[in-house]
Design a protein around this ligand. Structure first.
Ligand SMILES: [Zn+2]
Length: 623
């Protein structure tokens, strides 16, 4: 029997500017779904790419003093490298400037013209250049473009038209009979209303510019950029060669909500005209907002995902994007929220569960997975329940819901450690200890499997520490996979605690300090204060206020990042002794893991470093 195929697409991106975190959002979501279906053993094709034609690109290139082709080249290379950094697992990358795509588009154009679905007519209308769309006077809003609100120009030209009107009834029937075709339901209702108002034939060629695919046998016309772009979903899998039928129809077109109409109205009508089956589902996800507005280049409020990856790591960014916002809704982006999510969910909940569990197995079970037993705290039962829930959520594209379910399991395991206090069990030689440790480790293994669609590096690191095979399948989420007697390998903490970039624009303003509360001597003695010597010092790339220091500490070298660049030049610090807090939890700052903190008096004229009044051996304790 043939394996189930799963064909999933992102929109193809417009290479007029570098991509922002909103584009990363769509692509990471598609990637998680593609990985989920692969883990289930399905045959997956995940297509993304770039939409490189049109007047906007032609004008942007001219403004940059370049021809369109070399102009887009650098931007497309940047997009590819961003997907690589984010771990995007696409199987195909389609550029609309490729020959295979032009061939498919011209083939479709010819076929539809031969069938009478494309005809040539003279046309006079209102044209919006940014949207590359003609509008009837009745559709204008206060004389402006109904999509973007910008002024339109009166234009008369000959154009080819696609007979959209011919397919209105069939499309309406399809929308009504297939509630899953357009999702979520709010977008489906918008589309039903739109189609019920009637469809007009669509102008699909332009003569006012030349950066596009020429109309076959009429090269004064280039093909409208949306007609061109939508066909990537066919050309990317080999159309018109018959092999494309292995993948077609697509199971899922993932798009931003602003382009649902092109995918839910124009695209199915083109496919009907070609006698091809329609995609199973078009899903219009919500926007990432900055404050109250959509993130977009024209509003100047975008965030560069490459900086976030460098600062926080790709798993933190992927987790935040998929967890923070329910997938169909709009949600607010902020760097503080990203840091909070990473610290609370990844560093505390998940990271601590792993480090506590492996530490206890080292200490109480000789570093090997002990035998399991009854189901302490119901973790096995909960794990099976959560696995079912995550599977259903991913089938229903509820990515955030799936992660919420995984964290119910993590939270229960952490709570169980508090309830059963394994340290006391060990002290009392209680036989309940072994099954408890087994269940905690097995919960972590199941969690790693369930996180495999979402995170790139973390699942493998968890499995490695548990001594488990690193490349799981979805079926491995079944309880009981961990083999007693397996040696564990404790490793570094999964996620160092993050601090927001102190040089970044979003650093929270300092709040007036409350009077310090009293501490006991024991509390003070928990601070491991040492004297260390600065061996190397350098500026942190891209951060004016930060220096990266290497400190010698009694046979050990530590890296720290310190916000003292305004007060000290790197070369003045080398050889100097400083007061150093050695047991501060490591934190990632601007891509550097800072392992401690040097102490300074913080006066109104900036930081002043503290040193012993004469040199002492490195590592000397301060009390
Ligand atoms: Zn417009």
């Amino acid at each position: 029997m043939a394996r189930t195929t799963f064909y999933i697409t992102t929109p193809i991106y417009y290479p007029s500017d570098d991509l922002h975190v909103g584009h990363a959002y769509t692509t990471v979501a598609a990637d998680a779904l593609a990985r989920f279906h692969r883990l289930r053993g399905e045959e997956v094709f995940f297509l993304t790419g770039t939409d490189e034609h049109g007047q906007k690109i032609e004008r942007r290139a001219a403004a940059a003093g370049l021809a369109p082709a070399p102009f887009v080249e650098g931007i497309v290379a940047g997009i590819r490298s961003l997907w690589e950094q984010l771990g995007i697992s696409h199987d195909g990358f389609l550029r609309t400037t490729e020959e295979r795509h032009a061939r498919a588009v011209q083939e479709v154009f010819r076929t539809l013209r031969d069938r009478g679905d494309i005809y040539k007519a003279s046309y006079e209308g209102w044209y919006c250049t940014p949207c590359e769309a003609f509008w009837l006077p009745s559709k204008l809003v206060d004389g402006n473009c109904p999509d973007c609100g910008r002024p339109v120009e009166r234009l008369r030209e000959e154009s080819y038209f696609f007979r959209l009107s011919r397919y209105q009834k069939r499309l309406l029937a399809h929308l009504e009979e297939h509630p899953d075709f357009v999702q979520p339901p709010s977008r489906r209702n918008e589309m039903l209303n739109f189609v019920r108002q009637g469809l007009e034939d669509l102008s699909i060629s332009r003569t006012s510019f030349s950066w596009g695919i020429p109309v076959p046998d009429d090269p004064d016309h280039v093909i409208y950029v949306w007609f061109d772009a939508l066909l990537n979903y066919l050309s990317g899998i080999g159309y018109p060669d018959e092999g494309f039928r292995h993948w077609w129809p697509a199971q899922l077109h993932l798009v931003g909500k602003e382009i649902v109409r092109f995918h839910a109205v124009i695209w199915p009508c083109i496919l009907m005209a070609l006698d091809l089956p329609l995609p199973e589902r078009v899903y219009g996800h919500g926007w990432l907002l900055m404050g109250d507005t959509k993130m977009s280049k024209s509003r100047g409020n975008t965030v560069d995902p490459r900086q976030l990856i460098q600062r926080y790591g790709r798993d933190a960014l992927r987790y935040f994007l998929l967890r923070e916002v329910p997938f169909g809704s709009d949600g607010a982006y902020s760097e503080e929220a990203l840091v909070r999510r990473t610290n609370v969910d990844l560093a505390n909940d998940l990271g601590n569960l792993l480090s506590r569990t492996t530490a206890m197995i080292e200490r109480f079970a000789g570093g090997v997975i002990p035998p399991g037993g009854a189901d302490p705290g119901g973790l096995a039962r909960l794990s099976e329940e959560v696995t079912g829930e995550v599977t259903r959520a991913l089938e229903g594209l509820e990515l955030s819901g799936a992660l919420t379910a995984v964290w119910r399991l993590v939270a229960r395991a952490n709570k169980l450690i508090e309830e059963r206090s394994p340290w006391a069990l060990a002290k009392a030689g209680d036989p309940a200890l072994d099954p408890l440790l087994y269940s905690l480790a097995e919960t972590l293994r199941v969690t790693a499997v369930l996180l495999a669609p979402f995170l790139m590096d973390t699942p493998g690191r968890i499995l490695e520490q548990l001594g488990s095979p690193a490349a799981p399948a979805w079926a491995d989420a079944a309880w009981g996979g961990l083999v007693p007697g397996t040696r564990i390998r404790r490793g570094a903490p999964l996620f160092p605690r993050l601090v927001p970039d102190p040089a970044g624009p979003q650093h929270p303003a300092a709040v007036p300090a409350a009077p310090p509360e009293e501490v006991s001597l024991e509390e003070f003695q928990r601070l491991d204060l040492r004297i260390a010597t600065v061996r190397e010092a350098s500026q942190v790339a891209g951060a004016d206020r930060l220096l990266r220091l290497s400190l010698a500490l009694d046979g050990e070298v530590r890296t720290v990042v310190a916000g003292i660049a305004a007060a000290y030049r790197p070369e003045d610090l080398v050889g100097r002794q400083v007061l150093f807090l050695a047991n501060l939890r490591p934190a990632r700052i601007r891509g550097v893991t800072s392992q401690g903190m040097i102490l300074a008096a913080s006066g109104s004229d900036g930081p002043r470093l503290l040193s012993p009044d004469r040199d002492v051996p490195d590592g000397t304790r301060v009390r």
